[in-house]
Design a protein around this ligand. Structure first.
Ligand SMILES: [Ca+2]
Length: 227
């Protein structure tokens, strides 16, 4: 038992020492693939209302989703998709929108034009929490990319809910939806990189991540931090 305890202690000390050698930097942003993000497989994975559909607008985009709203009080204003997420993780979403005569119209909610909205559902796919709106796209024009950044999945989240929205009236086409996870690294403040340590149990200090109440810190012996 003593030997096992020593093994554990040595492992812990090694971990601390190697952590001190690491230059912890910003996390990477990594694309999360999900089926039919570009609508080339038709309606698969998407909930498209009766006033929505699929259409080829130009060769570059192939098939795109289309939403036509004449009366936002009576017609659906969203095309939706749910993407699995982990609570506490940070995400980013983006898509391309092509507006056709998008105008303000009185509806059940304020007009926001054509845009991307990301909210949260629980593990049973029931709505859980509000989220982030992209910039609003109005009028008529060419394809434009919109982004929702700094999406923090709340406690209990099982899915991000993608809303391709047309709140107002007119026509909007949507394509090439992308979803990313923002990996976050701890920013260590002490000991300094390369510092000469005089103890086997140095005190580690780091900047707390923003936007979370609790978190776990992982240590690694390797600079590339293998899982
Ligand atoms: Ca497409």
């Amino acid at each position: 038992m003593f030997r096992d305890a020593m093994k554990h202690l040595v492992l812990l000390l090694w971990s601390c020492l190697f952590a001190c050698c690491l230059a912890w930097g910003d996390g990477e942003i990594r694309r999360l693939e999900f089926p039919n993000a570009d609508f080339e497989e038709g309606r698969t994975g998407w909930e498209i209302p009766p006033n929505g559909g699929l259409e080829q607008v130009d060769a570059r985009h192939g098939v795109s989703a289309k939403l036509v709203v004449g009366d936002p009080k009576a017609e659906a204003v969203y095309i939706t998709h749910k993407i699995p997420v982990e609570p506490g993780m940070r995400y980013q979403a983006q898509c391309e929108i092509r507006p056709g005569g998008v105008e303000v119209a009185e509806g059940r909610m304020p007009s926001v034009g054509a845009c991307l909205i990301v909210e949260w559902a629980d593990v049973n796919r029931k709505w859980l929490a509000s989220g982030v709106y992209s910039k609003e796209v109005w009028g008529s024009g060419d394809w434009t990319k919109v982004v929702c950044k700094d999406l923090r999945a709340p406690a209990g989240a099982g899915y991000a809910v993608i809303f391709l929205a047309l709140r107002g009236k007119g026509t909007a086409w949507f394509d090439n939806v992308e979803f990313f996870v923002q990996e976050e690294s701890v920013v260590k403040t002490a000991p300094a990189d390369g510092a000469l340590l005089t103890t086997n149990a140095p005190c580690l200090e780091w900047l707390p991540p923003t936007g979370v109440d609790t978190y776990e810190v992982e240590l690694s012996r390797q600079a590339d931090f293998p899982v």
